[in-house]
Design a protein around this ligand. Structure first.
Ligand code: AOF
Ligand code: ZN
Length: 368
């Protein structure tokens, strides 16, 4: 059935365009803009990269003289500040558009409602909140980074029905089905960096690159949490993929090992004087390096310590219908045990998807 032609119809197109750019705008949001005049599409624009033109600029350029008297659909409030580019609200005012439909406000404290206010002041009819939920979810990583300076952290794990991520002997190829594994590559594509613990590198020697079916993927930065600097300079990730490798360690790390890894091409960051990496300090430092989103691909120890430090923004679990048992088989999360269910970490805003015979569960962790 054909969809009804209304505000949602055009906003949905703008959101779809922005969605395709997730992962390529760095710490900037993804934004789509659609311009409609007399019932016809006259301009389309997407913000494609940090430093590049904003969505509105591309769409207004395409619309040309048709921008006058038009309706502009934009997934994020038009900006009101001078960043790497001039303010979009002035552009829209200058182009004499009639109406602006916005999906959600810009969480950037430099904008935060000022763009909408400026448009209204100039006499433009502004409507806010069309497909708001989709728009907010789409830029959840941007919102976290721009308001806190810290990266948005997603934990992804793939486990059996009994919560194991490998057998007792360490075998984990494969737990989830092929389609679920392709989804994981799409997740990598959307994040600026991938993080694993040294245990995972020693067990799997992963290249941590993004591979899709036929098309190329973006190659996120690779971050290894390695308090004792056990990482081998011979590891596959130094040979495969050209994305930066960052190793997080402590001040106790052996300077000779640090030099060895730096010579292999890694950036080594020493965080904390204790025996384990200070993950809070690590997030602050990675944020300072303009890493706005991190996909954590386990294992259980790293997942557990990030959860306990309350540094996790989203959890995505892939579950396969297999039972493998084994008291020593590792699980998705090693956490200190609780006594009462009221002390449990729970997931909010849960979304469940069936992927063949696998299931994915995604949600936002809520601490007691
Ligand atoms: C818009 N449309 O397409 C985008 C917006 O450094 P700049 O100039 O690119 O500014 C980045 C900020 O502008 C970013 O933090 C966010 O507040 C807004 N992004 N705004 O009107 C767009 N990408
Ligand atoms: Zn702008």
């Amino acid at each position: 059935m054909d969809p009804v032609v209304n505000d949602e119809f055009y906003m949905s197109l703008a959101l779809d365009m922005a969605q395709r750019a997730l992962g390529q705008t760095g710490i900037n949001p993804v934004v789509g803009c659609v311009i409609v005049k007399n019932g016809a599409l006259v301009g389309l624009g997407t913000h494609l990269q940090r430093g590049g033109g904003h969505a509105e600029v591309h769409a207004v350029t395409m619309a040309g003289s048709n921008a006058e008297g038009s309706t502009v659909y934009v997934t994020l409030e038009p900006c009101s500040h001078y960043g790497k580019t001039p303010p979009c609200c002035e552009l829209l005012i200058g182009a004499n558009v009639k109406r602006v439909v916005v999906a959600c406000e810009d969480p950037n404290p430099q904008v935060a409602g000022k763009g909408i206010e400026r448009l209204r002041q100039s006499g433009i009819d502004v409507e806010v909140g069309v497909l708001r939920d989709r728009a907010v979810r789409q830029n959840e990583m941007f919102a976290k980074y721009i308001t806190t300076g810290q990266p948005f952290v997603t934990i992804k794990t793939a486990s059996t029905l009994d919560g194991k991520i490998a057998s007792e002997t360490g075998d984990s190829k494969w737990i989830s089905n092929a389609e679920a594994r392709l989804q994981v590559h799409a997740l990598r594509h959307r994040h600026q960096a991938i993080m694993v613990g040294i245990g995972t590198v020693e067990a799997d020697d992963p290249s941590l690159t993004t591979r899709h079916d036929r098309v190329d993927g973006l190659q996120p930065i690779r971050i290894i949490v390695d308090s004792k600097l056990r990482l081998s300079p011979e590891a596959k990730m130094f040979r495969e993929g050209n994305a930066q490798v960052i190793v997080l360690t402590t001040e106790q790390a052996d300077p000779a090992r640090t030099k060895l890894l730096c010579d292999a091409g890694a950036t080594v960051l020493s965080l904390g004087s204790g025996p384990r990496v200070d993950m809070k300090a690590a997030m602050t430092e990675l944020g300072r390096m303009e890493i706005g989103s991190i996909l954590v691909e386990g294992g259980g120890t790293l997942n557990g310590s990030l959860l306990q430090a309350r540094l996790v923004d989203r959890i995505i679990l892939y579950i396969a219908p297999k039972l493998i048992g084994g008291k020593n088989a590792p699980g998705s999360f090693s956490l200190e045990g609780i006594r009462h269910m009221s002390e449990a970490i729970t997931l909010g805003s849960v979304m469940i998807e069936q992927i063949g015979d696998n299931v994915s569960i995604s949600g936002i962790p809520v601490w007691p």
